[in-house]
Design a protein around this ligand. Structure first.
Ligand SMILES: O=P(O)(O)OC[C@H]1O[C@](O)(CO)[C@@H](O)[C@@H]1O
Ligand SMILES: O=C[C@H](O)[C@H](O)COP(=O)(O)O
Length: 951
């Protein structure tokens, strides 16, 4: 008989503190049962980390699991763990039967992330109990203050529990009380408790490690040799003394009338299990925590090395647990007298224990996440970060801070403290929207079939910001799908642009998708009024409604109107999702379905990134967190111009990302300024305020572009490269950027879900329109100068500053003084309230690139009112580094809005003025040039004047 097996005769069961797939499969566990009389198995997150995370033993299983479809990282891990636990339970089942359910158990720990949450612990334990579905399972629950009520509850439901992370005698007494009252409740409910098994895992070696450390400190400080000796005599003694006294409590707790009653009802005592019995200090005997803790009705769970050592040279002593109890008490008294509080140490050990297991779980999930990404590499867009040493170091430090504080899980829970601790919790619906919409796939498919059957040739989205930019990316990226209408987007009040859209479609066969979350946004309402009237004029009012669908949040004024007018369909958005985070909700998916995009495929692809960025993927492996930390930290370090370079196949992505980044982060004088559409230049063109994100598809190789990017990286600019497997995977980028923006918002310390300064401009615009409705004209304004070609406007403060800097009677002098105000770290933004068409885009591009190359500042080229619902927030509320040139013009042909005085042209003018007023109110550097007469000629003149001004 081996010394291990001999422990049986002393009433002690030996369990194995270890588990691994191959170890069970190749019969090693069975051998230990047969040879050494091993009667149980315990696992914990560190054990699974070693088994799954630090070996390749499970790679095949992970690969096969993913063949059936992608799965969240936590599910992948749990499936493996549950299988291992089931296999071990099956090998131990004969022991369980032989000992009438007193032994033969295998333990699986609830997630350490839940250790401080009673309700979540209960739910998880119940779920695991069901999933493993073995009578000889014990669910491990920690003895934290929150864990103890969960233990009582679980026992009362007939679930076998292994209580872990027990260090203090008082905690043990509390746990025994939870067990006894749990059993009482179970019996009171008519249950027979004989099938309930439980152990209280009292940790040993960790106590000595902690106590010895404090003793060593005191020994080093003590001068008196006897004092040193007295302290040294306590080393390696406290843990055993503590365990011995706990055992005395056990004997009392499971004797007497209360226990006799339960015993008579069939209950088994909750045995003390000595855990953490591998010797950590090499100076001690390697079987110390086995030899000294032998006693009847106890369990010792040992790691394989300790088991081998005991088999080799362990010397069992009957009831060693009850030897020298007075000495044990004296050891604890001496410790107290030495000024070391065991109470404090054990409290600390519980906290550390939770953290250590959470650390192990992070490592484990990180490893599984990595394996998942490897298996799915063909389906997940790649991201590489080249950040330079300093930024990389701060990202690394923040990554660790995020990990240790569990911030990615808190973010997914919508914990407002991750951000500014205001109303963020109300705005995190986007995290789950792709999954939620997938459940509604049939609706989208049905809608797509209807659109097809109706034979629409065109579909036009009427919306702003989040309601238009996502659909625009989809239209541009996916192009036309045969059998479905061509998707257009209109997000303007510019009369020429509205007219251009009207002329681009066949009105009698066009589907209009009126999109507005709030339903109260001016632009979609007037655009809808216009097109509804147009279609009504051609088909009659009763038939027109059949060409309109609404996408809006429940209860909005748009919904009411759509109902009243009998729109063909009304789709509801989720009010917990803000506009710019809404593309993976009906605001993106309804236009997608209408355009014949395969919504199922699109969502599946997006969901792969949702999983990659999941709450269960630790920050280091989480691409959204990595991008977000890099963005946020770069921003704090002054690299706040997020320059987005998107290849041809995904060219429009930046227009969407721009809104997300600017409107989310640009507020309270902080934030990131997205720079979209600036052609890639030589390093000399850029200041050191840049952060580059390059997106392209795998098929689009461009050596010249890559070389330029490489040069930027070498010049010290952070460069993030994202390579999409194909443009179809654009859905992944929506989610990656959403998560990254939320993370960056946390780093910047702002609320990434509000847009306070946009609201301010809207109010000013509304006042101006009201004034127009009353007076028939907008309030008069006086130009700073007026020439035949243009008028210049600004507020008194800007005018005074510019005059001081040399602005006088001609346009060029004003422009010169104005652009000269843009220095290092600033950006120049052209805000043009004109039609967004290829010619105008070209002109603005020409101007911005000239400014960039001449002044080495970042530039933005934006069209109003579109940008008001996008980057406009950051321009007004973000860092005061913008130099703004607003461009307005006479409208050659205005367009009336049905049933109101203010025409499209008037609304646009009011919007420009409202925006300008807020800019100047915020003391921003802003100048407005109003072009007179022919617009093309005016723009040409402006281009030339700016060229002159900056040269
Ligand atoms: O969908 P809605 O409510 O019309 O809003 C459109 C856009 O306006 C904004 O609220 C800003 O003005 C954006 O955040 C939003 O995407
Ligand atoms: O139940 C077992 C415990 O989790 C294990 O014994 C802890 O041991 P350690 O202190 O060596 O990590």
């Amino acid at each position: 008989m081996t010394p291990v097996k001999a422990l049986e005769q002393h009433g002690q069961a030996v369990w194995l503190d270890f588990l691994a797939r191959g170890f069970i499969a190749n019969g090693d566990l069975k051998k230990l049962i047969d040879v050494d009389g091993v009667k149980g198995v315990t696992s914990n997150p560190s054990i699974f980390e070693k088994a799954i995370g630090s070996s390749d033993e499970y790679d095949g299983a992970i690969g096969s699991a993913l063949k059936g479809g992608d799965r969240p990282v936590i599910d992948l891990y749990e499936a493996l763990a549950v299988e291992d636990i089931q296999h071990a339970a099956d090998v131990l089942r004969p022991v369980y039967d032989q000992y009438d359910g007193n032994d033969g158990y295998v333990s699986l720990e609830v997630s350490p992330y839940l250790a401080l949450d009673t309700k979540a612990t209960i739910a998880e334990a119940e779920r695991l109990w069901k999933q493993v579905d073995r009578s000889n399972l014990m669910v491990k629950v920690p003895a934290t203050p929150e864990g103890i009520p969960a233990i009582k509850h679980l026992i009362s439901k007939g679930i076998s529990v292994n209580v872990t992370l027990l260090f203090a005698q008082q905690a043990y007494i509390d746990v025994a009380e939870a067990y006894l009252s749990g059993i009482e409740a179970y019996v009171a409910g008519g249950g027979n408790p004989s099938h309930i098994g439980s152990v209280a895992s009292f940790f040993v070696s960790r106590i000595d490690s902690a106590v010895d450390k404090q003793l060593d400190d005191k020994i080093a400080k003590a001068n008196d040799p006897t004092e040193k000796e007295r302290l040294a005599a306590l080393k390696g003694k406290v843990a055993i003394a503590n365990a011995k006294l706990a055992y005395q409590h056990y004997k009392q707790l499971y004797a007497g009338p209360r226990w006799d009653k339960l015993k008579a009802a069939g209950a088994k005592p909750q045995r003390l299990l000595w855990a953490s019995t591998g010797t950590k200090n090499k100076a001690y005997r390697d079987v110390l925590y086995v030899e000294e803790l032998i006693g009847p009705n106890t369990v010792n769970t040992v790691p394989p090395a300790t088991l081998d050592a005991f088999r080799d040279h362990g010397v069992p002593r009957a009831n060693s647990l009850e030897e020298n109890l007075d000495d044990a008490k004296q050891v604890l008294a001496d410790l107290e007298a030495a000024g070391i509080s065991l109470d404090e140490i054990t409290k600390q050990l519980v906290k550390e224990g939770v953290q250590l297991f959470a650390d192990a779980a992070d490592k484990l999930l990180g490893a599984v996440a990595f394996k998942r990404e490897t298996v799915l590499s063909q389906r997940i867009d790649a991201q590489t970060l080249a950040l330079g040493t300093t930024l990389a170091k701060s990202v690394e430090a923040s990554t660790e801070e995020w990990r240790a504080a569990g911030k990615i899980r808190r973010l997914w829970e919508g914990d407002a403290a991750v951000w500014s601790n205001t109303d963020e919790a109300k705005w995190v619906g986007w995290l789950n929207s792709a999954a939620a919409e997938k459940a509604k796939l049939a609706d989208y498919q049905d809608f797509a079939q209807w659109v097809k059957a109706e034979g629409f040739t065109d579909a036009v989205v009427l919306g702003m910001g989040g309601s238009s930019l996502g659909p625009e990316v989809l239209a541009e990226t996916f192009g036309e799908v045969s059998g479905f209408p061509k998707l257009h987007v209109l997000d303007s009040t510019d009369p020429a642009q509205v007219r251009a859209t009207r002329d681009a479609v066949n009105l009698t066969s066009t589907l209009f998708i009126v999109s507005s979350k709030s339903g109260g946004t001016t632009e979609p309402n007037v655009m809808k009024a216009y097109f509804f009237a147009q279609v009504s004029a051609m088909l009659g009012a009763d038939k027109a409604a059949a060409h309109f669908v609404a996408v809006t949040d429940p209860g909005s004024s748009l919904e009411k109107l759509a109902k009243q007018q009998g729109f063909a369909r009304i789709f509801h958005g989720d009010p917990t999702i803000g506009g710019r985070y809404s593309v993976l909700s009906p605001f993106g998916l309804v236009p997608a379905a209408a355009a014949g995009i395969d919504v199922a495929k699109f969502l599946d692809s997006a969901l792969a990134m949702v999983r990659s960025c999941g709450a269960d993927v630790p920050p280091q492996q989480n691409p959204g967190v990595q991008l977000g930390l890099a963005l946020g930290l770069a921003g704090l370090a002054g690299r706040d111009k997020v320059t987005i370079l998107s290849s041809k196949a995904v060219a429009d992505f930046g227009a969407w990302a721009e809104q997300l980044i600017a409107e989310s982060t640009g507020k309270d004088g902080k934030g990131l300024i997205p720079i979209d559409g600036e052609t890639l230049g030589e390093p000399a063109a850029y200041g050191n305020d840049r952060f580059f994100i390059d997106l392209r598809t795998e098929a689009e190789t461009d050596a010249a572009h890559d070389a330029k990017l490489q040069a930027l990286e070498q010049a010290g600019h952070p460069v993030v490269r994202i390579v999409l497997k194909s443009a179809d995977q654009i859905g992944q980028e929506f989610f990656r950027f959403e998560l990254a923006t939320a993370v960056a918002g946390s780093v910047l310390g702002i609320n990434p879900f509000n847009q306070p300064d946009v609201e301010a401009a809207k109010i000013k615009t509304r006042e101006l329109i009201e004034a127009f409705e009353k007076a028939g004209s907008l309030p008069a304004e006086t130009p700073a100068i007026s020439t035949a070609e243009a008028d210049l406007y600004t507020d008194d403060k800007n005018a005074a500053t510019l005059r001081k800097a040399g602005a006088d009677g001609d346009l060029a002098s004003w422009l010169k003084a104005h652009f000269a105000r843009a220095g290092a770290g600033d950006y120049v933004a052209l805000l043009a309230y004109i039609a967004r068409n290829p010619d105008h885009i070209d002109t603005l591009q020409h101007i911005r690139l000239a400014v960039r190359d001449r002044q080495h500042v970042a530039t933005c080229a934006e069209f109003g009112p579109r940008f008001l619902h996008s980057t406009g927030q950051a321009y007004k509320g973000g860092p005061d580094s913008g130099v703004f040139l607003q461009i307005t013009a006479d409208d050659a042909h205005d367009l009336a809005v049905p049933e109101q005085k203010a025409s499209f042209g008037v609304i646009k003018a009011a919007q420009a003025r409202g925006d300008f007023n807020v800019l100047t109110e915020r003391r921003r550097r802003a100048l407005r040039v109003h072009l007179k007469g022919d617009l093309a000629a005016g723009l040409k003149m402006l281009d030339a004047a700016i060229a002159e001004a900056i040269n």
